[in-house]
Write a protein that binds this ligand. Structure first.
Ligand code: SAH
Length: 436
């Protein structure tokens, strides 16, 4: 059995529940009132300064350096809390690798580029992309590639290093430095770790964020007869070990992020997503490259999407904080607004459309033809079904891209290219893949 197929078998066979499934925000607590270290910390915080915003709650629960869920946990895969596309099938990462190579070729085969991944999880996606880069070695041989991973999790960064780096060359660590780890991948490419996108060197780069934006903290607002009121997290006065949602008694600063003509009666806004999109847009506008963002989300239409996952089950977002993943759907219309015309944005398009345009059917056929065991074929087909089926991940997940204006419309037409949804020049995934 071919090595690629073997890896697909290992991954595609996992019975799983993905985070993109649409649930309301937690009416089925998996465990009730467990006093976790995070709950103690939050109780103390709320007692000293009053109820906190949902954004502050998410930030503390997920990324607090001492107790955060992401910081010390490996939550991905069968034994974890949820599963993601790169963990389901190798084909996913391979097609994304082809997307980056195709963009690099179309935009003039620059002599060097950085691949920057935000929130790389177990390092699987970058690993699959690097395998494509190796397989296309004859095309990329003169190109100087480096890998840059933005990761706040100590635990996951260690797993990424194990997955990606050459064991014989030890990883260098310096917790005090902006580059807190450095190594060399199995194919000899330098790889560096950062806690913040701002710390990644500026330069011609391809950026990737898969299931990253959905974990960024959101503020939640409810429309009331008195106007927008922010949803806050407070201690339940009846049960001191329990948290509850309350509404702020008056307007709060994050209300500024709500559109003036907003028609929904409940909204979630994510200022951190806006900051990251602005940084990406600025970088791509000044040094070139592209960003590919894939996540579950909506185009400014949904209301209450905040939810928790633990052990592949829906989990009440306020119960046993620190033991479950918290997530909210990405608002792609907000991301598009935050580009502010600096670059062109494409999408969102559904995952099944993007992968189909990228040639998933051809790749599946190649792997099926190479597979010598019926169980391998079955598992490849199961992985394909999971990624593509509209009832599974095919429609819930979306692709969104940022590209320099001149990539789509030529340098003279930049002004007309603002926030285009239909490119004049074809971009793979958003159109059929055509090798130039
Ligand atoms: N992209 C991976 C993992 C998704 S889970 C996949 O698809 O399999 C979210 C990832 O983002 C984890 O690696 C988590 O540690 C990281 N993360 C969460 N908040 C972050 C932040 N504020 N900055 C950088 N990384 C973050």
């Amino acid at each position: 059995m071919n090595a690629l197929v073997r890896r697909a078998v290992a991954r595609a066979g996992i019975p799983c529940l993905w985070r993109g499934k649409c649930f309301s925000s937690g009416k089925e607590p998996a465990e009730s009132n467990r006093v976790t270290p995070m709950l103690r910390h939050l109780r103390y915080k709320i007692k000293s300064t009053g109820p906190i915003t949902v954004a502050e709650y998410m930030k503390e629960v997920l990324t607090n350096p001492a107790k955060g869920y992401y910081v010390h946990h490996d939550m991905l895969g069968e034994k974890g809390d949820f599963i993601t596309s790169p963990e389901i099938s190798q084909i996913f990462g391979e097609l994304l690798g082809i997307w980056f190579v195709s963009e690099w070729m179309t935009s003039g085969k620059s002599p060097a580029f950085q691949l920057v991944e935000l929130g790389p999880g177990r390092g699987t996606l970058t690993g699959d992309i690097l395998r494509v880069f190796s397989q296309l070695g004859s095309v990329l041989k003169t190109c100087d590639i480096s890998i840059h991973l933005v990761e706040v999790s100590q635990k996951l960064s260690e797993i990424q290093a194990q997955v990606l780096t050459e064991e014989k060359l030890p990883v260098e660590r310096d917790a005090e430095s902006l580059v807190y780890m450095k190594g060399v991948t199995k194919s000899g490419i330098p790889v560096s770790w950062y806690r913040d996108l701002k710390d990644v060197p500026k330069g011609y780069s391809f950026y990737l964020a898969h299931e990253f934006f959905d974990v960024l903290p959101v503020h939640k607002f409810q429309k009331t007869p008195q106007g927008w009121r922010e949803v806050l997290v407070d201690i339940d006065p009846q049960v001191s070990d329990k948290l509850r949602f309350v509404l702020a008694p008056c307007a709060t600063p994050a209300e500024a992020f709500i559109q003036h003509d907003e028609r929904r009666d409940h909204v979630e806004v994510c200022p951190d997503a806006g900051i990251i999109i602005q940084e990406l847009s600025q970088r791509i506008a000044s040094t070139g490259g592209a960003a590919l963002i894939a996540d579950y989300g909506h185009d400014g239409t949904k209301t209450d999407t905040f939810r928790g996952f633990c052990g592949h089950q829906l989990h009440d977002v306020l119960t046993a904080p620190g033991t479950a993943d918290l997530t909210a759907d990405v608002d792609f219309s907000y991301l598009r607004r935050m580009v502010q015309g600096k670059v062109a944005s494409l999408g969102p398009v559904e995952q099944r459309t993007f992968l189909k345009n990228m040639g998933i059917d051809v790749r599946l056929k190649v792997l099926l033809d190479k597979a010598d065991e019926p169980s391998t074929k079955r598992q490849l087909l199961q992985g394909y079904d999971m990624l593509m089926n509209p009832q599974k991940m095919g429609e819930r997940f979306n692709f969104f891209a940022l590209l320099p204006h001149q990539r789509l419309h030529g340098a003279n037409q930049e002004r007309n290219a603002r926030q285009s949804k239909t490119p004049a020049s074809s971009v793979p995934g958003f159109d059929d893949l055509v090798w130039q």
